[in-house]
Write a protein that binds this ligand. Structure first.
Ligand SMILES: [Fe+2]
Length: 318
């Protein structure tokens, strides 16, 4: 009989859970797996504390949320693959070295604004699990904000205006090209060669369209808007529409009750990409920050590419 302990992330947060007691016996136990899956569905973010800091455990915890996106080349990408199966799950390396922002006077690297992953494409992956590889001694936190909390917290007038609206996203609209919700007094100072090349590949890519608000099977409404990579409101790509989307972006920042995770080496964090938006607080460029992320497959079925507009497929990105 194995057991885990499930508790709140913080007393005043309406989302998130903290789980301790994860062992190999626990992750193989069907009753425990069910408990973790249900906690994920109900709470949106699950912080696993004091887990074995290995790739095998990273994959094992991720697979509880659902099947993982495979990486066809993975078996040959590493000298010694740790998980011996025919298909190797994809593992995104998040490093961001060389991308520098002036954030209100603080010079930071590894800063990312609020977003959900893959908003720029038509299908939304279900979830991800982050694992720290190298963490700075200060800063470098990952922020999570709950779309259910946001839906309930924004002004009723904005909720009404956006209830049937869709947002257009374009992969190109990131870093110095971000159009909406750029925090005050934030200015990109430089981007890495890798990001510059990625931005080039995003030029001419198809744009995606996702609802601003959607309803979970649980009946809860989710406000799910990513200021990062937003191009505008579908059918209202004009000044009035842009002002309305900027107003919503600022309302999101004003009303969110975020959770910022300070990483310990033995943490892993699972989050629902259909429900949450997330961000990275950034850290002093003199420190390295390296996280790895698995991708849990899935699609909520509400996104699409912009109809009637040609373009190439957006490049995949971490
Ligand atoms: Fe992300």
């Amino acid at each position: 009989m194995t057991s885990i302990k499930v508790g709140p992330l913080a007393d005043d947060l309406p989302f998130g859970a903290k789980i301790t007691g994860i062992t190999w016996a626990a992750v193989k136990d069907n009753a425990v797996r069910k408990q973790i899956k249900e906690t994920f569905e109900e709470r949106g973010v699950v912080v696993f504390k004091n887990v074995e800091a290995t790739e095998e455990m990273h994959f094992a915890l991720s697979e509880i949320a659902g099947p993982l996106q495979d990486h066809p080349l993975r078996a040959t990408m590493r000298d010694k693959p740790l998980v011996e199966s025919a298909a190797k799950p994809d593992l995104a390396d998040l490093t961001y070295k060389g991308d520098i922002i002036d954030a209100n006077g603080a010079v930071l690297t590894a800063w990312l604004p609020w977003h959900f992953d893959a908003c720029y494409t038509n299908k939304l992956n279900r979830a991800g699990v982050l694992r720290p590889i190298s963490i700075p001694p200060e800063g470098g936190m990952t922020g999570f904000a709950d779309g259910v909390q946001l839906y309930n917290a924004i002004s009723p007038a904005l909720r009404e205006k956006f209830k049937d609206l869709k947002i257009v996203y374009h992969s190109y609209l990131m870093y110095m090209h971000q159009r909406f919700g750029m925090p005050a007094n934030h200015r990109w100072l430089s981007v890495s060669d890798g990001v510059a090349k990625l931005l080039k590949r995003c030029e001419g890519a198809r744009r995606s369209v996702h609802p601003a608000i959607w309803k979970r099977t649980s009946g809860e409404y989710v406000l799910h808007v990513s200021p990062w990579q937003a191009a505008g409101i579908y059918g209202r790509m004009n000044r009035e529409g842009d002002e309305l989307l900027e107003e919503l972006s600022q309302e999101i920042y004003a009303k969110m009750k975020p959770y910022f995770h300070k990483w310990a080496p033995t943490d892993m964090v699972l989050w629902d990409n259909w429900r949450l938006i997330h961000s990275a607080s950034g850290n002093d460029p003199k420190y390295a920050r390296h996280l790895q992320r698995t991708t849990v497959q899935g699609d909520y079925g509400l996104g699409d590419f912009e109809p009637g507009v040609e373009g190439h497929a957006p490049p995949s990105m971490d």
